[in-house]
Design a protein around this ligand. Structure first.
Ligand code: TXA
Ligand code: MG
Length: 330
């Protein structure tokens, strides 16, 4: 059931559900999360069950402010502190060493914990109200079935889990792709997942170069968002250069069927409507990230079989979008 985030009675209802060990579809500025009390093992088990996610894949724990980090983390390196001061509340998750007695189930049994303070006003309001009741963190993976496209609206969440899930409507997510994740447990910052906050911004804020996970030879932490095939719609996704899709389209005419195209360049007019669904890809990376998952969902809902996507530019601000597109196409 979708309840309105602008109605204080509904927000209260959402807080009470969480404190009672129930699940909630929670809006954040990145994507919607499937939230539960991070310290309540049976509540956390409901997340894994609802998502169909393997129980050893750790969840991000959301907190009301940097002050709550000590509830879950045993040690905060200097550079992690700098990242928190610079980017929280906001779309950045830090992996920190976990206090042994805290949130073991949410952390998938690892001795680290992923922490994030989101900037969505409604998420902060809920987190603060929960903290006031002694619930210091909300475990919340993206509110989609395992391996599927992340939801950026309350309606998307409902289409994943049905009407029995309580979903707090906070409107469309502003960022549209999941948080950047920096592992802070290895002495140097390691970028596990790119997001809206860019590599350069992270390096500038902490004064250290980011290390790529592939260059570390120890066993990498399990991160579903880093599996090669992830964020996948039902239709088959192909990344193509502008010239490639234009040539391919010209070759297929007039047999184009069940095909969708997301591109900056508009295809020739006479093809539209026939067997081709087209949506304009913004030429600005921030706007493209905002649109990405809802465009994929929209294509899926129209029953297309194939999705062609114009390869984004190889520039740093597109790293988050490129990452999600490569996984959707894998
Ligand atoms: O923007 C976001 O991060 C959204 C919103 C809801 O906050 N959440 C999200 O959660 O994307 P999820 O579970 O779909 O992705 C979280 C990623 C996973 O790849 C998970 O494995 C990784 O974070 N992660 C969480 N805790 C970790 C840990 N202790 N060590 C390594 N990776 C961890
Ligand atoms: Mg996810």
């Amino acid at each position: 059931m979708i309840i309105s985030g602008s109605n204080p009675v509904h927000v209260q209802q959402a807080v009470e559900a969480l404190c009672a060990g129930e699940l909630l579809g929670l809006p954040t500025e990145t994507v919607y999360g499937l939230a539960a009390d991070a310290s309540n093992e049976s509540a956390v088990a409901k997340i894994f069950q609802a998502k169909g996610r393997p129980p050893n894949h750790p969840l991000i724990v959301h907190v009301a402010s940097a002050n709550s980090v000590h509830q879950f983390a045993s040690d905060i390196p200097d550079f992690a502190q700098k990242l928190m001061s610079q980017f929280w509340p906001g779309p950045l998750t830090l992996i920190l060493p976990r206090r042994e007695e805290m949130a073991a189930a949410a952390a998938g049994g690892q001795n680290s914990v992923g922490l994030r303070c989101p900037s969505h006003p409604l998420a902060l309001e809920v987190l603060k109200a929960c903290a006031a009741k002694g619930v210091w963190g909300l475990a919340a993976p993206s509110a989609n079935l395992f391996g599927r496209v992340s939801p950026t609206s309350a309606a998307h969440v409902q289409s994943e889990f049905g009407d029995s899930l309580l979903i707090l409507d906070g409107g469309e997510c502003e960022v549209g792709i999941e948080s950047s994740i920096v592992d802070c447990t290895r002495g140097v910052p390691v970028l596990l997942r790119p997001g809206q906050i860019s590599r350069t911004q992270i390096e500038q804020a902490c004064g250290l170069k980011l290390v790529n996970p592939e260059t570390l030879n120890s066993e990498a932490p399990r991160a579903s968002g880093t599996l090669e095939s992830h964020y996948a719609p039902t239709a088959k996704v192909r990344l193509m250069s502008t010239t490639d899709w234009q040539k391919a389209l010209a070759a297929f005419v007039p047999h184009v069927q069940n095909l969708a195209l997301w591109s900056v360049q508009k295809p020739s007019f006479e093809l539209l409507g026939a067997g081709l669904v087209w949506r304009a890809m913004p030429s600005n990376a921030t706007q493209a990230a905002h649109d990405l998952f809802s465009v994929l969902r929209d294509f899926d809902s129209r029953g297309v079989r194939t999705i062609w996507i114009e390869t984004p530019p190889p520039t740093p601000e597109w790293e988050g979008v490129r990452d999600r597109l490569n996984r959707a196409a894998a």
